[in-house]
Design a protein around this ligand. Sequence first.
Ligand SMILES: [Fe+2]
Length: 359
Amino acid sequence: MPRIIEEKDLKKPLLVSDEGLKEVGLVKRAEDILNDEDIEFRTFLDVQPNPSIENVEDGYSRFEEYDCDSVICLGGGSPIDAAKSIAILAANDGDIIDYEGVHAVENSPVPIIAAPTTAGTGSEVTPVSVITDEENNFKFTIYSHKIIPEVSLLDPDLITSLPADIAASTGMDALTHAVEAYLSKVTNPFADALAEKAMELIGKNVRKFVADRKDNEAASSMLLGSMFAGLAFSWGRLGNVHAMAEPLGVYFDIPHGTANAVLLPVVLDYNALADKGKYRRIYNYISRKEAEGFSPGLLAEKVYELNEKLGNPGSLSELDVDPDCIPEMAEDAMKSGNVKINPRQTDFDDICRLYQKAL
Ligand SMILES: [Fe+2]
């Protein structure tokens, strides 16, 4: 990290992270590395899970107060997403919600260096920052190639202290990125190649990594898989799973990866009618044995089995989701652009049925 800071001529980065990573000592490790090289920096360690507009504004106040010139983010998706938005505010006027949507960021943000501490979101290589508008109970997405971090530091040592349940849910988030990008209506051969590499790495290593996070080879492969999956969905985009996962985070505080893990087999089952031969390939990436007499319905079963093996919840009922909220959540899910590019056409009633089926 110090070499990169020197090469980029950064004078005073803001280290963005969260309390959890402070508790497990990863923040201290980063601080020690910076202090040993006499690099001046400040910290913002208050990133919340699913960072809100106010949370991003607090981070930006810190950035401004100390006259920082760049951000280093250490974390899972939340600190990296928050850091991207802080970096936008540092170089642009207005409020963060002004930059919602595709290519709305005018000036390039200040330099962003990202070090992922989960193998899941791929946020270290994506043009995406997801922020929660608490007032309107809605998550919005900023999509701009300008916010792709300049440097991503993939260090397996940063993910070996993950608890097994987080390794399992974030691993399924990464797998979902690859699968949804691969099946999306707007995918292309470039995104397909990235998704296939991601599925190969994640399929071979996710069980090993969740069983033993200290397995360095599995940890490295998961970080690479997650990165490939992040690149795949940057080009191929996503689908119904991600559209439906966001409201579960907003209404019930369900972690993003857990929501994806539960929804993925349900949506795969629904999308099976639109399969054009890719289901068999996905199955073979995530299964230990090649499919004999394959039919697309087998893929959802395999994903249910994988979730069980990893210890992920099998239904939304286990997560105390109130069925009465389904219409409201479906309305929000329909606002996501991801529904339009899901491989099988989907309307409001379909989304309600999918939530119902996931209960
Ligand atoms: Fe995701």
